[in-house]
Design a protein around this ligand. Structure first.
Ligand code: MG
Ligand code: ZN
Length: 216
């Protein structure tokens, strides 16, 4: 019985996710679901990405348990930002994204970034209606995370290895990350990034523009 309940909840979520996707498609918006552990640099990446995409306009949905801190940071650069406080919820749901979309003006928006709640486990199992999934992994988290949390990296269209500028200060084997990823996901592009130092940003921006060109 329990399994049936879980399935029906996920089915209800998927129906709302499909509706979100239809709505985004109709508006010509590419939606990107950003997933990672807390502190991997999702908000910092967006702070650098959104101004770099200008004059193309971006909107953001930010999921957090509490506080509007990320939304306040991103409000300075995005055309429109909606904060979704999930309370105890450790991932965003399609219904929360639908509610967020209802209060966003998608007119003239090209990219919608959905910053998921910082969590390496369940966000990957929940379709929000996004077009692409991006998993971030920062070097201070350690080189074993792809092997330990494969469910986050398996469905990713892109994996961003962030804070790459800290590599020299860490005991970190980058080859291990590449090897572990090649075992579970050969489709994703892997981009090494340091948004602060600017490294890898051109490749990341080119990938985003290419995805929008192909999918909208
Ligand atoms: Mg954040
Ligand atoms: Zn969760």
């Amino acid at each position: 019985m329990k399994i049936k309940v879980v399935e029906s909840v996920l089915k209800a979520n998927d129906a709302v996710a499909s509706e979100n996707r239809r709505r985004l498609d109709a508006a010509g918006v590419l939606a990107i679901n950003l997933m990672s552990a807390p502190g991997s640099g999702k908000t910092t990446l967006l702070e650098k990405t959104i101004p770099a995409l200008a004059p193309v306009r971006c909107a953001v949905l930010v999921g957090d348990l509490q506080t509007t801190r990320d939304a306040e940071r991103l409000g300075k650069c995005a055309a429109d930002v909606v904060q979704i406080n999930t309370g105890r919820g450790c991932h965003l749901t399609a219904t929360q994204v639908a509610e967020g979309l209802a209060s966003l003006d998608l007119n003239g928006i090209s990219f919608l970034f959905i910053e998921n709640v910082g969590n390496m486990v369940c966000p990957a199992g929940v379709d929000l209606g996004e077009h692409v999934r991006v998993a971030l992994l920062s070097t201070p988290e350690g080189d074993d995370k792809v092997a330990k949390y494969p469910t986050l990296f398996q469905p990713a269209d892109a994996v961003l290895l962030t804070k790459i500028d800290l590599l020299g200060a860490l005991d970190y084997d980058k080859r291990k990350v590449y090897e572990d990823l090649s075992r579970i996901n050969t489709r994703a592009v892997l981009i090494e990034l340091s948004p602060k130092a600017g490294a890898g940003m051109e490749r990341w921006l080119a990938w985003l523009r290419q995805q929008r060109g192909e999918r909208t």
